[in-house]
Design a protein around this ligand. Structure first.
Ligand code: UDP
Length: 475
């Protein structure tokens, strides 16, 4: 048993894709060390939404840091990337640094109320690197939790550190730190490709890497056996211990049995379809595609005749929370899919885990956000990949290289519109009765076993990582 007074402070970046892995980490910490005090720190709106998703007997403590979006030029009430357009993300990223003083006061109060020997560990999001300075000041142990994939993280770090890339004339280039990894220009986000390294986004990212140099350990939301290459890359370039501790657990809110009317409709639709026959389509919590791409995708889906559930939101350039207009889809599309009982459009948000865990799901057309990939693999669902930005391109690379999916399209620039024929071809390939599709589905099922074994009490790799991590931080 470790030190009974130990306190772990978790600080996720305010975004859906970051909350889930942190909540999962809290659950794992409590499971293996019931004596720990764990406090999750965030902005008020986030804490409210996290609280409402947890069971009433949750032992997680909360501490709210005051945040005023308007002071940073953000719309009132906005505390998360899912409320913003891509161009506004960087403003929110930078604004989080204004939480420094309030966070410092909180840690200060913990230190002055704790017994002298009580270890204190801050586990912060990679995007909140400034928390390192607070940890140093109070002699706390600082851990960075990387919620992206190890491979995606390693590639992004290298690209950022080696900007600018617009000087590269070649279409493909090796990464200086990892010459075995060849990146294609079409796999580099436009904001990185076009930058000379001095713009706000680049500066912010490089600042996080500078902070990362001073952290004490890194937890990664991945499974070592699934990401041997990526974990090896991180270990090669980062100086401190790295512990893969994925996949995340579904938390209570994500799998609760209570259903909204919309969820009932989704489940009724899925229940009415044969096993492994429905394509689930989602671009995550904050991405969307161009209106022309939306049109082609809809036509391809109709052409393929495959049943689908599509979580849809307004195309790029329109208010992400605004009303969805039928003109963005082929004329009569909604009516036809309803009449034929072949497709379901869900506006804005659906409970992804409930969908992916349903036996009728046959494949996932995904933007390759890391949580989505892990969740899909956790349920053994193969992927039709359509990465849109950031490290999603490298997650897609892994999907293809590990044989659990096929890339349908890349990015959202006009030249990357997948024609309706291509949509039909990929959907047929991933889901249909053909040799390649069968192999992909077999490999996805193997990945499900790997994911499930990671927390096996008799020596699962993620469980061992977490126990080693406890020793390292002396709790
Ligand atoms: N998610 C969901 N419903 C949606 C969209 C997203 O439940 O309609 C969840 C999904 O299960 C995942 C997270 O939100 O846990 C999205 O994270 P990911 O890393 O896949 O993508 P991001 O949104 O960060 O780009």
């Amino acid at each position: 048993m470790g030190n009974p007074q130990a306190h772990v402070v978790l600080f996720p970046f305010p975004a859906q894709g970051h909350n889930s892995p942190f909540l999962s980490l809290a659950t794992r910490l409590h499971h293996y060390r019931p004596d720990l005090t764990i406090t999750l720190v965030s902005t008020p709106r986030h804490i409210n939404s996290i609280r409402s998703s947890l069971p009433s007997d949750s032992r997680l403590h909360f501490h709210s840091l005051p945040f005023c979006p308007v002071d940073h030029g953000l719309p009132a009430g906005v505390e998360s990337t899912s409320d913003l357009s891509d161009a506004q993300f960087i403003t929110l990223f930078k604004a989080t640094e204004s939480l420094y003083q309030a966070f410092d006061d909180f840690i200060s109060s913990l230190v002055s109320n704790a017994l002298d020997s009580a270890p204190l560990c801050i586990v912060s999001d990679f995007f909140l690197g400034w928390t390192v300075a607070v940890a140093r000041k109070h002699k706390a142990f600082h851990t960075t939790f990387l919620t992206m994939s190890a491979f995606g993280g390693a590639v992004l770090f290298s690209l950022r550190l080696n900007q600018p890339h617009r000087l590269t004339e070649k279409d493909q280039f090796p990464l200086p730190e990892y010459p075995e990894v060849i990146i294609d220009r079409s796999q580099v986000a436009q904001n990185i490709l076009a930058s000379d390294g001095t713009d706000e986004g680049s500066q912010f990212f490089k600042r996080q890497l500078m902070f990362l140099d001073n952290t004490n350990a890194v937890l990664v939301n991945t499974v070592e056996e699934f990401e041997q290459l990526g974990v090896g890359m991180l270990r090669k370039t980062l100086k401190f211990p790295i512990w893969p501790i994925g996949p995340p657990l579904a938390h209570a809110g994500q799998l609760s049995s209570s259903k909204s009317d919309e969820e009932t409709e989704i489940m009724t639709f899925l229940d009415s379809q044969p096993p492994a026959s429905v394509l689930y389509i989602s671009f995550g919590s904050q991405n969307t595609i161009q209106s022309g791409q939306m049109m082609q995708l809809a036509q391809g889906l109709e052409g393929s005749g495959c049943a689908f559930i599509w979580v849809i939101r307004p195309p790029i350039g329109f208010d992400p929370k605004g009303e969805f207009k039928d003109e963005w889809l082929p004329h009569g599309f909604k009516h036809r899919i309803k009449q034929k009982h072949i497709g379901l459009l869900v506006h804005g948000w659906a409970s992804q885990l409930k969908i992916l865990s349903h036996v009728s799901i046959g494949a996932f057309l995904s933007h390759c956000g890391w949580n989505s990939i892990l969740e899909s693999m956790f349920y053994g669902v193969p992927i039709a990949a359509w990465p849109i930005g950031a490290e999603q391109f490298y997650n897609s690379m892994m999907v293809v290289e590990s044989g659990v999916g096929i890339e349908l399209a890349r990015g959202v620039m006009d030249n990357s519109v997948p024609g309706k024929e291509k949509v039909k071809e990929v959907v047929d390939l991933v889901m249909g009765p053909n040799a390649k599709g069968m192999e992909i589905r077999k490999r996805a099922k193997k990945c499900r076993d790997v994911m499930n074994k990671a927390w096996n009490e008799e020596g699962g790799s993620s469980m061992k990582s977490l126990l080693e991590f406890f020793k390292l931080i002396n709790i």
